[in-house]
Design a protein around this ligand. Sequence first.
Ligand code: THG
Length: 367
Amino acid sequence: MFEITPTTRLRRSPFFNATVKEGVKGFLPYNQMLMPTGYGDPEGEYWRLINDVALWDVAVERQVEVCGRDAGKLAQILSPRDLSKCVVNQGKYVALCNHHGTIINDPILLKLADDRFWFSIADSNILFWARAIAAERGLSVEIREPDVSPLAIQGPKADAVIAGIFGDWILDLKYFWFRETQIEGIPLMLARSGWSKQGGFELYLMDGSRGEQLWNIVREAGQPYNIGPGNPNMCERIESGLISWGSDTDDETNPFEIRLGNYVDLDVDDDVIGIKKLRQIKKQGVKRHQLGLVLEGDQPMPVHSTWYDIYADGSKVGSMTNGVWSYRLKRNIGYALIATEIKVGQMVEVCKDGQMLPAKLCALPFC
Ligand code: THG
């Protein structure tokens, strides 16, 4: 086989050494960092997330910090979602769009103070984007990537683990809300969030030199609950209908096509990037929509690394953008980004490596 050439271009997470000790088996590049992709037991790691609790190194979800007099103004200009009622210590899921209404990232926005925000970003360069927009609009802000690295604790027993470490106040934390705290002097932002529908928290580590220590604290507290290492789980997230920007989206995808229309407020000010185009798209109606796909057959198929064409009556009608063996449904499932004329319940064919695979369209989420 081959190895990854050592390079400063792929930065290491503060939890890197901890994940190596846990026996991490693979990485992928994300925001110019290495993100762990598994520990050698995909099915065990999946069921641990569904039944118990899992610990994920998600330091690759970098923060783009915007602070200064015009920070709130810039956050709103970048976000086609009304932030006027967002209060300090509240987070919001936002679909950042460009001037064409194309989604360019789907971060969680954390409001730390009236003049300080973090965009907790997916895999595209929002630091450059935010700086360019701020400069063009003459705004008084400072924009940087702070030393902040999230560690996710996900699964039905995450509440018990986190309450055991930090106290019962965490049980009152609302979805996407967060609070600054510390453990053994390690500075943290503790949020109820995470890229699964099994519930959980994210600890935003604010001192990169203390990653291994934090990992070990959580690992130890989680022992009675069968905690173990894992990573953002492709199977669970597809079953749950979550979006993976850049793999479910292409260079023309708008939020309405991929079920994020609820996070777009069309009556925000005209200076919000993309809003005029989004109003137009909403009025005209979308040409594509995102549906679930269930393939025929009960044998797991390899995970894909490319989109597959979808055919109906011999013509191409869309793409299968991802696919995975569902441990709960015992079927290969995935998402279709497909012409709006094609509806739930309809049969189509997915062209995979020259083979036509029959599949049925269904509503999302699967589970
Ligand atoms: N955690 C943090 N930052 C992140 C992610 C994360 N940045 C990148 C990426 N993940 C952002 N993407 C998502 C996508 C969906 C959700 C969270 C992050 C999510 N969505 C729910 C849903 O769609 O059903 C709920 C949305 C809502 O109710 O507002 O949770 O994981 N720190």
